[in-house]
Design a binder for this molecule. Structure first.
Ligand code: PBG
Length: 336
């Protein structure tokens, strides 16, 4: 087809027309708000690298969830900070643990908000790794310990954790550990236990990223030695992301996630084009902190920057966005 020579600026000449021809649109319906929950009562402990975010005790979390719901945010994802940590992360699959208590309380008070739980061990293990650590022969003095994260032993614990969360009433579970086979193992166990409607939001293409720094402060989960590069993905790879996504879908993932979001927009777009399934993008803590810091210095307009970033993620192919700005965006969009 041959188009006549035309003026592309014609369609940009009026505000109403610009809105009418807009392609990607951002809506509060697409957003998931991440929240941190800790033991105690009446607690709202500020997270210094994530201004406006807190570690909430369960009673305060309920208030936050109520507020988010009233503002139009449809879903939250919960991260737990347990009362104590141990080598096996046993509080992660304690039926009386922090996430189980939080889910029960939120679902009782705000039944209509969708509650998703992060399924991982790093917040619960004393070493801060996302699975069962096998230590190698002693390393030379001054060297970090040699270790391996045992894939299959970890699967069993993740399954137990997912069952506890679903049993407490979570609408969806989100495995973020990057062990092989966890989606299938969790799906089978959920089905056997009768949780056939509990959906799986899989952290499918999760990269070993420097942008998780503030989160690790928030969740008190930095690895005590080594790093996560033997289980999280290498930022150089994109074909591998498609293999991860394919495997998770074959194992029963309902929604697949790419994380972080901004340095990985090509991955979001490849995944969407290849699979045509619901894709979530996690606009992570470091991406939040960068904009917050620049805005605090007066170097950037926070609202404009955030709406531009999140619209860009939608344009790239993300159906859902996990963002620490979920409440702000819901408010900005409703008063626009
Ligand atoms: C692991 C987990 C992490 C994040 C979400 N789930 C941290 C990690 O893998 O080190 C990071 C989220 C963020 O940075 O906002 N349970």
């Amino acid at each position: 087809m041959k188009f006549p020579q035309t003026r592309l600026r014609r369609l940009r000449a009026h505000e109403a027309l610009r809105r009418m021809v807009q392609e990607a649109a951002l809506s509060a319906d697409d957003l998931i708000l991440p929240l941190f929950v800790r033991p105690g009562r009446g607690e709202r402990r500020p997270i210094s690298s994530m201004p406006g975010h807190y570690q909430f005790s369960v009673d305060e979390l309920v208030k936050e969830a109520e507020e988010a719901h009233h503002m139009g945010v449809p879903a939250i994802i919960l991260f737990g900070i347990p009362e104590s940590k141990d080598e096996a992360g046993s509080r992660a699959y304690d039926p009386a643990g922090i996430i189980a208590r939080a889910v029960e309380s939120v679902k009782r008070a705000v039944p209509d908000i969708l509650v998703i739980t992060d399924v991982c061990l790093c917040e619960y293990t004393s070493h801060g790794h996302c699975g069962v650590v096998r230590r190698g022969p002693a390393a030379a003095a001054g060297q970090p310990p040699r270790f391996e994260v045992d894939n299959d032993a970890t699967l069993e614990l993740l399954v137990k954790e997912a069952l506890v969360h679903a049993g407490a009433g979570a609408d969806g579970v989100a495995p973020s550990d990057m062990m092989d086979g966890r989606v299938g193992a969790i799906r089978r166990a959920l089905d056997q236990a009768g949780h056939v409607n509990t959906f799986i939001l899989a952290y499918s293409a999760k990269y070993a990223s420097s942008f998780y720094g503030p989160f690790r402060e928030a969740a008190e989960s930095p690895p005590q030695f080594g790093d996560r590069r033997t289980y999280q993905m290498d930022p150089s790879n994109s074909d591998e992301a498609l293999r991860e996504v394919r495997l998770d879908l074959e194992e029963g993932a309902d929604i697949v996630m790419v994380k972080p979001a901004l340095a990985y927009m090509d991955i979001i777009s490849r995944v969407k084009e290849e699979f045509h399934v619901p894709v979530a993008a996690y606009n992570v803590s470091g991406e939040f902190a960068m904009v917050k810091a620049a805005a605090a210095k007066g170097w950037i307009d926070e609202k404009a920057a955030v709406l531009e970033i999140l619209t860009g993620l939608r344009r790239a192919g993300a159906d859902l966005i996990l963002t620490y700005w979920a409440k702000d965006v819901a408010k900005w969009l409703s008063t626009r």
